[in-house]
Design a protein. Structure first.
Length: 234
């Protein structure tokens, strides 16, 4: 018997994702979410207080490759997709869009946004980056067109381990941070703030921004054990 979670996330195949209905609205959510994610990366990097764990990882990798941060992000996303195979995570249009667009959106954000000089404004950039990242994740994951490579790890591990989105997301961020620092990426107090806060904020946004799919697509919802009512109440 197939069940629902309170979040209503579906583990659909690529064609089912496109046939699930409300496609124009879901495409807009996907693109807005990816653009906001690029802005959040740029804000955190401009804060100079430490970026997200993934940014630290990308910065560390960039120390060994003569490429822009955005290009590094695309290459890392392609590598992360290989980890989806044992998790049996379903890709989709959103997966492809995230892989190809998030890096360029980050590069664009860095070109458009100036780094602030004062410490209060730097903290404002950091906090804005964390909140935008959580909002962006809820928007494009909630569009149900397939998660991005990095967030596919989150939802995949949630299904496989039974953990909550909050706990799994935080665990992944800490592991990625340690790898990034080993590669030479620069972490700071802002990195710790991101790692501890983005999971709970993402889970809060997901309650309101997951787009419920109409029947019969909604009947194919696969349970996220830690993302149901109990997980949302944590």
């Amino acid at each position: 018997m197939k069940t629902h979670t309170s979040l209503g996330l579906a583990n659909l195949g690529p064609l089912d994702q496109l046939r699930a209905g409300r496609l124009p609205e879901r495409l807009v959510r996907l693109l807005v979410g990816l653009w906001l994610y690029g802005v959040s990366n740029a804000l955190m990097m401009n804060s100079a207080l430490g970026g997200s764990p993934w940014v630290v990882f990308h910065q560390g990798a960039a120390r060994h490759l003569p490429l822009s941060i955005g290009t590094i992000m695309v290459l890392v996303a392609l590598a992360v997709l290989l980890l989806w195979i044992p998790l049996r995570q379903m890709p989709g249009l959103g997966t492809v869009a995230n892989t190809l667009l998030l890096g360029p959106f980050t590069d664009l954000g860095l070109r458009m946004l100036d780094a602030p000089d004062s410490l209060p404004m730097r903290w404002a950039c950091l906090v804005g980056g964390v909140v935008f990242c959580a909002l962006a994740t809820a928007l494009y994951v909630g569009a149900q067109l397939g998660t991005g490579p990095r967030d596919g790890l989150m939802t995949g591990f949630v299904r496989r381990t039974g953990g909550s989105i909050q706990r799994v997301r935080t665990s992944i961020e800490i592991v990625v941070l340690l790898l990034g620092m080993a590669l030479g990426g620069t972490a700071g107090l802002g990195t710790l703030v991101f790692a501890l806060c983005v999971g709970p904020i993402t889970q809060w946004f997901m309650r309101y921004l997951v787009l419920r799919l109409p029947a019969p697509a909604a009947e194919a919802v696969a349970p996220l054990p830690g993302a149901g009512v109990s997980g949302a109440e944590e």
